[in-house]
Write a protein that binds this ligand. Sequence first.
Ligand code: BGC
Length: 756
Amino acid sequence: MTPPPTDAVLAGLSLAEKAALTSGTRFWYTESVERLQLPSVMLTDGPHGLRKQRAGGDHLGIGDSVPATCFPPAAALGSSWDVDLVERVGAALGTEAAHADVGVLLGPGLNIKRSPLCGRNFEYLSEDPLVSGVLAAALVAGIQSRGVGACPKHFAANNQEHDRMRVSADIDPRPLREIYLRGFQHVVTEAHPWAIMCSYNRINGVHAAEDPWLLTTVLRDQWCFAGLVVSDWGAVNDRVAALIAGLDLDMPGSAFADAQIIDAVAAGSLDEDVLDCSVRRVVDLVRRTGAPPAAATFDTDEHHALAREAAGRGIVLLKNDDGLLPLPTRTHIAVIGEFAQSPRYQGAGSSTIVPTRLDCALDEIRLQATGDVVFARGFTTAAEPPPGEADRLLDEAVGAAAHAEVAVVFLGLPARCESEGFDRDDLDLPVAQLRLLDAVVAVNPRTVVVLSNGGVVALPFASTVPAILEGWLLGQAGGAATADVLFGAVNPSAKLTETIPVRVHDTPAYLAYPGEFGHVRYGEGLFVGYRWYDARCLEVAFPFGHGLSYTSFDYADAVATVNSAGGLDVSVTVTNTGDVAGREIVQVYTSLPGSDVSRPPRELKAFTSVHLDTGASTRATMTIRRQDLAYWDIRVDRWVVEGGTYTVDVAASSRDVRCTVSVAVDGDDLDIPLSPMSSLAEVFAHPVAGPVVASAFAEQMTSLSGGDGLMPKVDMSRMLDSFPIGKVGMLASAAGVEVDPAMISELLDRANDPPD
Ligand code: BGC
C-alpha cells in the first residue's frame, strides 16, 4: 500500500518524529510512523548481491545473511565493458532485493582505483571515470527498473581503506572534478539514483557527511540530484552540521543524535525547514519503494546462469602465446592450485554474500573435459602451514605437471590479504605460489595461469608463462565460467579497466599514499591510472583496455565528425579476421595537441562492443558527449570545452591504437576579464585588447624584443609572453621608453567592456 502523500505525512509529524525519521533504526531500516501509515524501508548491501541479514543477526552480519546470487564483484563485472549485461545484472539484483522486501540496495561502488593497493578495489569498477560512470549508470538503471532504489557509493574520494574514517583526501579542483567526481556526476545526471551514500573520509579537510559544498552545491545545485543522501554506516560526526550540509538520513543512526536535532531546533541554531526538507526526502523514498512494479519472483537457476555469463564476460585473456588456449577437451590436464577447488569468488567486508550455490573450477573442468584431469593442491592458503607441507605440495604438483600435456595453475591472493577496512602492503602474490609456478613451468612449459584476485597483482612471470587469464573474483558461477573460457565454449572478450603495473614503485600514488597525520595528498593530480603511465612513458605489464580474444580484429576507416550537440560521432569498421566468432570492445581516446591546460596524453571518451562472426565486418559507432570533452577551468569554476583540433584515437587498448583521425572542435566562450596581472600573451590573444595593444605598442614592442633591445641574445618574445601588462611600464622604461599607466588601465577597461 502506498503511504499518504508526502505533504500529508509531513503535516502530521511532531518534531521528535521528524528528527527520528532522519536517522535509522534496527541498523538497516528507516523509522516507521504507524499512526500516519508510513512504513519503514530496509536499505542493505550490495553491491554484487543481496546481503540481507537474518532477523536477530549480529548486524555486522558477515556470513549470516539470506542466500542470494553472488554476481561477479565490480572488478570482474567492469572488465566486461558491457552496458547491456551490466544492466541485466542490475535488474537481477533489483529483483532479488524486491523479493526480499528490501527498498534500497547499497551500491554500486564507483570510487576510482587510485592505488592498486586499496583493499576495496574489488568493489570498484575502474581507474577511469568514464567506464566507472557508464557502467554504474547501467547498474542503477537495472536495479531501479525493479522498483528498488540504487545507492551509488562512496561519495566521494574514498580511494583507500587505510584510515578511511578520518583521512582527508586533499585534491586539487581539476582532478577532483575530472577524475574523482566525474563518474558520480555521470551516474547522478544520467541514471537518477534514488539515493547516494556519502563516504567516511574528509575531502580537503571536511568530512563528506558534513560538507555543504559536496552534498548541496555540487550534488544538488549543480547536478540537480533529487534523491536522498544517506550516510555510510557511522559516517556522521555532527548530526546537525550534517543535516545542514544536505545529509538526509544518518545510518544506522541513534536516538542521542535525534535529540541533538530537537535541541538545535529549539535553540534556533537549526531551521526546522532544513529538517523538513530531509524528512520529505525520506518520505519520498519510502513512498517510491513501496510500490514495486511487478511481483518479484525469480528463478535461482536463471540468476546463476546470468552470474555465469557475467563471469565469462569478466575473465581477461592477458596473454595467449601460440594459441595455447582454448584447450581441446581431450587434453590431459594437470589442474594445480588450491583456488581450483576452493574458489576465491568475492571480497571480504560488508559486500560478503552467502551464495545460493558455488561452482568450483576443478569440478567444472572435469565436467567439460574428455581427457584425463589430475589435480594437485600445489600450495596452501594457510598463513602458517605445518612444516614440510609446502615442499610436499610443490613436489606433488610438479609430478602432476610433468606427466600432463598442459598445466593449468590457479594462483591468487589469499582471502585474508585484501578486504574492506585495510589496504595491501604490496602487489605480490605469496612467495610459495611463485615458487610453485617456477617449478611447474620448468617441467611443463605449456602452462596456463588463472588468477584470482580482487586488486591487481604483480606478474613477474608475465614473460615466461605462455597463457594468463585474469580471473578476478568471479562470483558464485566463476568456476563454470573459467572452464567455459579454458575450453573455448566462451571466447574471452573482457578488457582491463585498470592497468597492471610492472611494480608498485611505478604506480601513480606511490609517493603519496596512504598519507600521514590524517592527510593524503593526491599529488599525481589528473595523472591516475593509464593517464600516469602514458605521461611518464612507463612500461606496464598489461595496459588499461587490454584483453585478447581467441580471434583477431581489424580496424579500418575511422571517421570523427562534430554532431549537432557539439560532441563527436566516431565510427570505425571492425572485421573479425580470425577463425571463431568473437566480441571486440572498441575504445576511443582523445587528446588536444597544444592545449592551454595540462592534459594526459590520451583520455578515454567513448567505448562500445561489437559481436562478429568469423570474416564478418560491421561499423562500430560511438558518441562522445560534448561535456566529456570538457576540462574543469579553475578560473571560472566550470566545465569548459577548449577549441582546437582534437586527435581521436580508435583503439583496441590504451596502448594499441588502430586508427587516428583529427577533428576541429569549436571551443566554449570563455570571458576572462583582463587585469594588470594578465600576461602579454593573454592580452595579445584577447579578441579586443590584442589588436589594440599590438598597434598601440608596436614601436615599443619592437624596441623591447628585437634588434638591439633589452637583452639581444635572449628570445625576448618568450620572456615577454608571461610578463604582466601592468608591469610593462617598468620594463619599457629600462629600455628608455615611457608607458603611461593610465593608458594601460584605459585599454584594459575598453577590452573588458567594449563599446557595442
Ligand atoms: C561500508 C558500506 C556499506 C555499509 C553497510 C560500511 O562499512 O563502507 O559500503 O554499505 O558499511 O554495511
